[in-house]
Ligand binder design. Sequence first.
Ligand code: PBG
Length: 325
Amino acid sequence: MGFPLTRLRRLRAGDTSRRLVRETALSADDLVLPLFACAGDGVSKPIETMEGCFHFSPDRVAAEAAEAADLGIPAVLLFGLPERKDESGSAAWAEDGVVQDAVRRIKKQVPGLLVATDVCLCAYTESGHCGLVKDGQIDNDPTCRLLSKVALSHAQAGADIVAPSDMMDGRVEAVRQCLEQNDFHNTAVMAYSAKYASAFYGPFREAADSAPAFGDRRSYQMDPANVREAMREIALDIKEGADIVMVKPALCYLDVIRLARERFDVPLAAYSVSGEYMMIKAAAKAGCLDADAAMLEALGSIKRAGADIIITYFAKRAAALIGRK
Ligand code: PBG
């Protein structure tokens, strides 16, 4: 059947019919807000490379989390800026570390909000790498043991979800085993499964002070050219016990999200990273596009590609515009 019997414009003519046939809907329920915790009290320091984002001391991070919860956002994802860095990143598993403090504050103040924590070493090591360095290489297996300690310390502080973002082989299994052995059966693991070595992390590395001191992350993060390999990463993480798997970044990897959605029946998260956020912010500032419209279109495309969960620095703004289902 072709024209004129078929006229696709018929259902496109009015707002009500467009609403009726709309295939995907974004909701505040889909969103996760990343937050950066630093030491101190009463600190909220703007992050220069990420307009609208802040370094918050634990008290302020809790206030920000409460605002997110009020907007209907179900979860926050915490990153930490430690006061000291060392060779192994030991501040990452300190009982009184910034993330651990922030988790306790948020869970106390906003108990209904899910707290997820980024589990990695790059913000805590002098090398700025996500793992231990041995002879100029990233040493996989000992790193997994340290990551388990980090995840356990977050769970002990009250984290609901731990999210390993380092891309070591076998770290999901190491983290899951460690949580089970310590009776944290209900702490979920959200694995950064298909995390690419991307240029779009630029603004974040400033925000988290986590740029590698030498070399780059291509020996552990994925080659942007590969999609079949991403499916292997995801399959392995599911086998190792991941409750949620993730593709990161989002916008340049919508094909990866789509394929993962078709292949796997676990909840799928997509991380729309700092560079994606700032592209829209900067373009809007330059008068090139409307920030809200571009934001909703971009987030909508990630949902349409198949993500159940979208991690975005726009979470509060988007939730304020779209509300809950
Ligand atoms: C740490 C980590 C990074 C991001 C999240 N966790 C940086 C990196 O891998 O270099 C990037 C987040 C963003 O750009 O928004 N491993």
